[in-house]
Design a protein around this ligand. Structure first.
Ligand code: PAF
Length: 274
C-alpha cells in the first residue's frame, strides 16, 4: 500500500490501472469506513482511499480545528485493504483560494443544509475535485450521510461523470448507534443515550408499517420526545428516497439530525411501503 501526498504522484501511480474504485474519507477511520474499503475491492482491481479533512465544508463555528486527525493509525487500518492512500495537504488541494464552487439544487439547503449553510457546497466541490484527481470507475459512500449521497449521485448524473456511485449500508455498534468519527466526542452519559436516535427512527418506521401514515404527527412527536430527553433537534423528516422531497411515494426514508452535548449525530432508516 502506498501513501501518496501529491496529485501528480497519485496520477502517476494510477496511470496503468484498468479499473479503480475510490472511497473518499476525512480519516479517523472506523469499521464503517473499512466496510466501504472491502466493498470497493469487489468493484475494481485497484482500490484508492483518500484522507482529507476538507476546510470548505465546515462552517466558521464548526469542528474543523478539533476534527480528529489520525493519519498514522488510519494507514495501519488500511494496510491490506487498499492499494493507495491519497493524503494531500490543504495547500495541495487548494494551492490558491478556491473561487469555483458547485452550485447545488434546492434540496442542499434543506435538512442538514438548513443547519449547516454552505456545507454541501463545500462537500460537493471537494468530491468533484477528488473524482477528477482519482478518475475512478466506481466511488463508494456510506448511507449514513444520506443527503450527501443523494447530492453526489445527482452531481454525478447531471454533470455526466463516467463514475458509478455506490451507496453502502450504515455500520452500527451493537446497540444500534451509527458509527461516526464524531461519536468519540460523546461523554459516557451521552454515549449511553445516543442509540435512542436510531430507536426513535425504528419506532416511526414500525408505526408507518403498521398503517398509520400521519407523517407530520410522527415528525412532531419524535422531535418532542428527543427534546424532552435533552437532545437539540435539527430535524426529523420523512421524505422520498428518490429526491428527498415531501413523502409522496412508497419508498421513503426517515432522517434525523440532533445534537447531544456538543456532538451532532445523524441517522436514517429506509422504509418501503410497497
Ligand atoms: O463523508 C465524508 O467523510 C466527507 O463529506 C467526504 C465525502 C469525504 C468529503 O469531504
Amino acid at each position: 500500500m502506498q501513501i501518496i501526498e501529491t496529485i501528480a504522484g497519485l496520477r502517476k501511480r494510477l496511470e496503468n490501472e484498468r479499473t479503480v474504485a475510490f472511497v473518499p474519507t476525512m480519516g479517523n477511520l472506523h469499521e464503517g469506513h473499512l466496510q466501504l474499503m472491502r466493498g470497493a475491492r469487489k468493484h475494481a482491481g485497484c482500490v484508492v482511499a483518500s484522507i482529507f479533512v476538507n476546510p470548505l465544508q465546515f462552517g466558521p463555528t464548526e469542528d474543523y480545528d478539533r476534527y480528529p486527525r489520525t493519519l498514522k493509525e488510519d494507514c495501519k487500518k488500511l494496510e491490506g485493504l487498499v492499494d493507495a492512500v491519497f493524503a494531500p495537504s490543504v495547500s495541495e488541494m487548494y494551492p490558491e483560494k478556491q473561487t469555483v464552487y458547485i452550485e447545488l439544487p434546492g434540496i442542499a439547503s434543506e435538512l442538514c443544509g438548513a443547519a449547516r449553510p454552505g456545507h454541501f457546497r463545500g462537500m460537493a466541490t471537494v468530491v468533484l475535485k477528488l473524482l477528477n484527481i482519482v478518475q475512478p470507475h466506481t466511488a463508494l459512500f456510506g448511507k449514513k450521510d444520506y443527503q450527501q449521497l443523494h447530492i453526489i449521485r445527482r452531481m454525478t448524473r447531471e454533470l455526466n461523470l463516467p463514475i458509478e456511485i455506490v451507496g453502502c449500508e450504515t455500520a452500527r455498534a451493537a446497540d444500534g448507534l451509527a458509527l461516526s468519527s464524531r461519536n468519540q466526542y460523546l461523554t459516557d452519559a451521552e454515549r449511553a443515550e445516543a442509540p435512542f436516535l436510531y430507536q426513535t427512527l425504528q419506532t416511526l418506521r414500525e408505526r408507518m408499517l403498521d398503517g398509520d401514515r400521519d407523517i407530520e404527527k410522527f415528525e412532531r412527536q419524535a422531535v418532542e420526545t428527543l427534546t424532552s430527553r435533552g437532545w437539540r433537534v435539527d430535524y426529523v423528516a420523512i421524505r422520498n428516497q428518490s429526491d428527498l422531497m415531501k413523502a409522496d411515494s412508497q419508498h421513503l426514508v426517515i432522517l434525523a439530525a440532533a445534537t447531544l452535548g456538543r456532538t451532532r449525530l445523524l441517522d436514517n432508516v429506509e422504509l418501503d411501503l410497497a
